[in-house]
Design a protein around this ligand. Structure first.
Ligand SMILES: [Zn+2]
Length: 162
């Protein structure tokens, strides 16, 4: 991406769309992404602060379950409200597995939001995929694809998978 993150407005950026992403069939998160920008086949999703909170909470659960050497964690640090009254927050991504070798600064990324308030989390790094949905006709489609190419049935493009 040529623009800096803080100058990027995904609403105005061609090729980006809203969909739902997942990693290895775990929880699903609404995100904005460019479906053709791939890293080893994986997508790089941008999340709202609310979705980042959900993801952050899930990373802590995974780290508790599998150990911090197996799971990066995401943290939303709240800082009250900004001059415009909007909630202020800083989003951090910590890669615990490298802490002893590299130190806290190197293993921590402060995620700069885009101009429209989206946070790129695990982009070009985690194995994010677009969530697929099984249409009643039997076809499997990417979550945002509606109507179904096989049967023309309309789907709710933003309903999260159960
Ligand atoms: Zn269908």
């Amino acid at each position: 991406m040529s623009k800096t993150m803080a100058a990027l407005n995904l609403n105005a950026e061609p090729g980006f769309l809203r969909t739902v992403v997942t990693i290895d069939g775990t929880d699903s998160y609404e995100a904005v992404l460019h479906p053709e920008r791939r890293w080893n086949g994986f997508v790089s999703p941008f999340f709202t602060l609310d979705e980042a909170r959900k993801l952050a909470s899930d990373t802590l659960t995974l780290a508790d379950q599998y150990g911090y050497d197996c799971a990066d964690t995401v943290h939303v640090i709240d800082g009250g409200a900004g001059s415009d009254g909007a909630p202020r927050a800083v989003v951090l991504h910590v890669r615990w597995m490298y802490l002893e070798d590299e130190g806290p600064t190197e293993v921590t990324t402060v995620i700069t939001p885009t101009a429209d308030g989206r946070y790129l989390i695990g982009g070009w790094e985690w194995t994010w995929s677009i969530q697929t949905r099984n249409c009643p006709c039997g076809a499997w489609n990417d979550h945002h694809v509606t109507p179904c190419p096989a049967c023309d049935r309309e789907g709710d493009p933003f309903a999260l998978a159960a």
